[in-house]
Design a protein around this ligand. Structure first.
Ligand SMILES: Cc1cc2nc3c(=O)[nH]c(=O)nc-3n(C[C@H](O)[C@H](O)[C@H](O)COP(=O)(O)O)c2cc1C
Length: 204
C-alpha cells in the first residue's frame, strides 16, 4: 500500500501515520481552566524534546468545530500542565477522558479518576499514575495548513518528575516494566510493554 499525501485525504494520511508510528507513548494531560475547572485528556503525539533545557512536546489539534481543544487553551491561558503515565489497568479510564466533553465538565469525575495535588504546578496529578511530569509552558508552535491553524505543538518545560518508589531499583534506575505503560497503536488498538532486551551501544 502507498499513501501519497498529494492524493489521499487528510484523514487517510492521519490513519496511516497513527498505524505506522507505533507504539506511541500516551501523555495523560491534566490542566486547569482560567475558571479553575480541572481537565484531563490523552495525547499520543507526545515526545521528549531535549534534556537541556528539559523539554517535552504534545501536539493538540482542534475540536470538530475548529476551536482549540480545552487542553491547549488551558495550557496557553495558565502556563501549566501535568503529564501522567498511563498504567495498563487505567486504560479504560484514560479512553473515557478522550470524549469531547464541554469545558465545564471535570473529566476526573466523569472517568472516576482520583486527583492528587501536584507539587510545582496547580493542575492535579492522576492518583495511581506510576510516574508524573509537572510542566510549565515553554513555547507554543502554531502548525498551519495555509492560513488555518490546525494544531498547536506545545513545548513544556519539566519542573519535576516523580516516579513511584517501587519502579526504582537500589541503584536509582527506573524500571520501565514496573511503570506498566500503555502504548497507542492505530485506531482503538493499544499495546502493553512486552519482552525487553538489553543491547549495548558500540564503543568506537
Ligand atoms: C490514546 C489517545 C491519544 C490521543 N492523542 C491525541 C493527540 O495526540 N492529539 C490530539 O489533538 N488529540 C488526541 N486524542 C484525542 C483527544 O484526547 C480528545 O480530542 C479529547 O477530547 C481532548 O480533550 P480536551 O478538549 O479536554 O483537551 C487522543 C485520544 C486518545 C484516546
Amino acid at each position: 500500500m502507498r499513501i501519497d499525501p498529494r492524493e489521499a485525504s487528510p484523514s487517510d494520511v492521519y490513519f496511516a501515520m497513527t498505524a505506522t508510528i507505533v507504539p506511541r507513548p500516551i501523555a495523560w494531560v491534566s490542566t486547569l481552566s482560567v475558571h479553575g475547572i480541572p481537565n484531563l485528556a490523552p495525547f499520543s503525539f507526545f515526545s521528549g524534546v531535549s534534556g537541556r533545557p528539559p523539554l517535552v512536546s504534545i501536539c493538540v489539534g482542534n475540536t470538530r468545530d475548529g476551536r482549540p481543544k480545552d487542553t491547549a487553551r488551558n495550557i496557553i491561558d495558565t502556563g501549566e500542565f501535568v503529564i501522567n503515565v498511563v498504567p495498563s489497568h487505567m486504560a479504560e479510564a484514560m479512553v473515557q477522558t478522550s470524549g469531547e466533553y464541554p469545558p465545564v465538565v471535570n473529566e476526573f469525575g466523569a472517568a472516576g479518576v482520583r486527583s492528587v495535588p501536584a507539587e510545582r504546578v496547580k493542575p492535579s496529578r492522576v492518583g495511581g499514575a506510576p510516574a508524573v511530569i509537572e510542566c510549565t509552558l515553554h513555547d507554543v508552535i502554531e502548525i498551519k495548513d495555509g492560513d488555518e491553524i490546525t494544531n498547536r505543538m506545545i513545548l513544556g518545560r519539566i519542573e519535576l518528575i516523580v516516579v513511584r518508589d517501587d519502579a526504582v531499583d537500589a541503584r536509582g534506575h527506573i524500571d520501565a516494566r514496573m511503570l506498566d505503560p500503555l502504548g497507542r497503536l492505530g485506531g482503538s488498538d493499544y499495546a502493553l510493554l512486552g519482552e525487553h532486551r538489553v543491547i549495548r551501544r558500540p564503543k568506537v
